[in-house]
Each structure stands twice: as C-alpha cells, then as structure tokens.
Design a protein around this ligand. Sequence first.
Ligand code: NDP
Length: 297
Amino acid sequence: KHVVIGGGTGFIGTQIINSLSRKGASYTCISRMPGPNRMSWHDLECYGLPENTTAVVNVAGQNILDPTQRWSEGFKQNVINSRVKTTKSLANAILNSKAEVFVTISGVSYYKPNDTEYTEESQCTKYDFLSELCHEWEGAAQLPKDSNIRQVTIRSGVVLGKNGGMIKQIYLPFFFGLGGPIDNGNQYMPWIHVTDLVNLFLFSIENKNVEGILNGVAPQIVTNKEFTKAFATVMRRPAFIPVPRIFLNILFNEERAKIMLEGQKVVPKRVQELGFQYQYPDINSACTELVGKNIVK
Ligand code: NDP
C-alpha cells in the first residue's frame, strides 16, 4: 500500500502518516517544503501521482484561525485555494493513476448553526463564507461517476489532540486558571478526538463499502460550556473567565470568529451505521487522554 497525502506535515496529517506507517503502508507527503518522502504541488501537476499509489488523502489547508493573519481578501483567497485547489489537483491526478480510493476532509461549517440535528443526509445550501468554502471544497473532491474510484469526504468537527488545533491554543490559559467558556458557552461544539479522526481516515481507506459523506464527530453532542467544564476538571483548574464575543469579533473578524461563537448539532449517523468504533466517544474520556503525559505546552 502507498498513500499520497496532501497536508501530511500538519497536525492531522502527521498522525495519519504515523498510523499508516505503523500498519506497514508507505507514503508520499505533498508539501510546500521539500524533504524526505515529499513532493511539491507543482510536481503533482507536472508528473502526477507516484506509480505505486493505492490511496490519496487530502488534509491540506491554511490555518483559518491564525491570529497573526488579518482577515483580508488575500488571506481569504489563501484559505480557499489551499483547500479547494489542492483537492482539485489531487482529484485530477487520481484519474490518471491506479489508486482505488480518495479521502478528503471538509468541515461541519457545511451545516447552518441552529437547533437542527444534522446527519450526513441533511442538505444545506451555502449561507456564508465558511459554508461556501465547504461546498467548494467538497465539490472539488467529486470524481466523474464512471471513474470507479471510491470517494469519501469527512466533515470534521473541532479536532481535539495534544499536539495541535484548539487544545494547543487553549492549554496555557487553562493551565494558568484563565480558561473559560466562549461567550455564554451555549453554542454546540461538534468535536472529535484526533485518534478517532485518524482511525476514520484509515477505516475509509480500508473498507470498500465506505463511500460519500461521513460526519467526523464524536457521538456525544456537547456545548462549549460542557467541553470547558470537562477540560477544566481534568486540568484541575477553575474555568470561570468567559472569552467575550466582542473580543473574538475584533481579533478574528466576525466571519471567522463564527467558528468559535456558533456551533452545529451534528451526529455521526452513517459512521455508526457503518460499524466504526470510537476510542473516545464521550468528552470526559477524550479530555482525560488530552491532559495525560507528553502534552506540548
Ligand atoms: P495544520 O495547520 O496543522 O496543517 C495544515 C497543512 O496544510 C500543513 O501541513 C501545510 O502543509 C498545508 N498548508 C497550509 N497552508 C497551505 C497553503 N497555503 N497551501 C497549501 N498547503 C498548505 O492543520 P490541521 O492538520 O489542523 O488541519 C488540516 C485540515 O483539516 C485543514 O484543511 C483544516 O481546515 C481541516 N480541519 C481541521 C480541523 C481542526 O480542528 N484541526 C477541524 C475541521 C477541519 P505544508 O506547510 O507542508 O505545505
């Protein structure tokens, strides 16, 4: 087995590669930086996928919540291109290869935040920047019907893991007892432990009956307040200081602060019907693992 993975140097990508390697698969990572087992996006356009490729994954994407980046038109374009163009390039390349399966990531921003319980079958139309991004991202992953290549899109919630994403951002404030809910904390926070997300990628690569959309979220639905309580409890710290809405709107701009201020009630209906087993189905078990040894501070 040889897996080509766009964004394989990132938080999620690195752990997908580690898991694949443990299972004896080889990989090529597509990255903007050269290195061993890597190729560039330009190489992909020019030469296509390595001959022995059996599966293709894309988890590339410019970090939307980078506070050092102003929410300018240029940055927004980077956010779009780093997801949509990379996915499209891989979708084109896979058609000229012998690979059997194409698994890509998207986000739960596809769904409109309200009280609706969303399953993979729920249809949503675009309503803002982030939902439009998800539609385009998922559209770029579509392959012609007659291609015979299996295509899976994982709509991921907030990915909880020690070495990146949200936990890396909030660890220090919580460590110093300065943590707290975001705004009133009543917004849903669709989440998944990174181990489960990685396993879902591997499950999608390995199982021939898996196809289409999967909600990459844990079965337990929580609000931001419930997550805050669970995380603060395992950290053994108070978490009373709320992060004000206005602060996030000013720091990030309303368009992207929405990721933190609004949330969707998303259930992994198809994932469970397909028999996928979660290692961290509930927020307490996930948080206990996150605060275990070896956390990157
Ligand atoms: P990271 O920021 O850790 O990694 C992103 C990867 O994308 C990097 O390896 C980088 O590769 C590549 N990348 C970054 N900017 C660009 C760019 N402008 N053009 C091409 N490639 C780029 O992110 P995560 O691992 O946390 O997330 C991966 C994907 O999953 C993203 O698309 C994200 O939107 C999505 N996702 C993440 C969630 C989370 O909670 N973390 C939740 C839902 C979706 P290199 O520098 O080697 O080129």
